[in-house]
Design a protein around this ligand. Structure first.
Ligand code: 13P
Length: 250
């Protein structure tokens, strides 16, 4: 039985004050989340603060992105070893906003995935199709291509040591959640594809769903056999709503 993981991706949101309030709201209620594993991914600059606020809590934290490089003349980048020094467990890689708004392609995403692994972080690898791709019926090809770039660089075994997140781009921040069955179909496709390469990896890897998850729809999504939790954007900025999602997995 795979553990449910609920990870909050705060994106470009927050301030010193609002993050203190959010974290204290989450830690006050984390005890009600049963066996659900909880994580939050703040903007880089707030990671030290969040690390301090979460000391003694079971909530883990991570970054929203990571450099593909380890050190040197790479202005603006943040390396995995730096994130490790601030206690990060996870690093999100290949979020659709990085892919589409910052032109990060499959190979670059794979190199970021590799950087996270070699610095001891667990990558949360995001995959997902755009609305146009879904309408053209190429969802599975797109998701397979995104996964294959990482498998080609790091091997199938590496997938067993990461977290995957299926985030259909058309469901992100739109209020249009994929139906539990729509999401399950893609999750099952991903797991089946992995099983063709390594059954143990397929059985083990957590596959999260992301895209307009809320307290009200989380339970039916998490009840699907191949959905092992959620990657939460907007609803992770409200402690009550985020905890309701965490409880749905508990
Ligand atoms: P929303 O939950 O705001 O749709 O965002 C999902 C997401 O992109 C998480 O990474």
């Amino acid at each position: 039985m795979r553990q449910i993981l609920v990870a909050g991706n705060w994106k470009l949101n927050g301030s010193l004050d609002s993050i203190k309030t959010l974290v204290s709201g989450i830690t006050a209620g984390e005890g009600d989340a049963g066996n659900t594993r909880i994580a939050v991914c703040p903007p880089f600059v707030y990671i030290p603060l969040v690390a301090e606020l979460l000391a003694g809590s079971k909530v883990a934290w991570g970054s929203q992105d990571i450099s593909d490089q380890d050190t040197g003349a790479f202005t603006g980048e943040v390396a995995g070893a730096m994130l490790g020094e601030f206690g990060c467990t996870y690093a999100i890689v290949g979020h659709s906003e990085r892919r589409s708004l910052y032109a990060e392609d499959d190979d670059f995403t794979a190199r970021k995935f590799a950087a996270a692994r070699r610095t001891g972080l667990t990558p949360i690898l995001c995959v997902g199709e755009s609305l146009g791709e879904r309408e053209q019926g190429v969802t599975e090809q797109v998701v397979a291509r995104q996964l294959d770039a990482v498998i080609a660089l790091e091997g199938i075994g590496a997938i067993g040591e990461c977290v995957l997140a299926y985030e259909p781009v058309w469901a992100i921040g739109t209020g249009k959640t994929a139906s539990p069955q729509q999401a399950q179909d893609v999750h099952a496709f991903i797991r089946g594809k992995l099983a063709g390469l390594d059954q143990a990896v397929a059985d083990k890897v957590q596959i999260l769903y992301g895209g307009s998850v809320k307290g009200a729809n989380a339970a039916e999504l998490f009840a699907m056999p191949d959905i092992d939790g959620g990657l939460i954007g907007g609803a992770s900025l409200d402690a009550g709503e985020f905890l309701a999602i965490c409880k749905a997995g508990g």
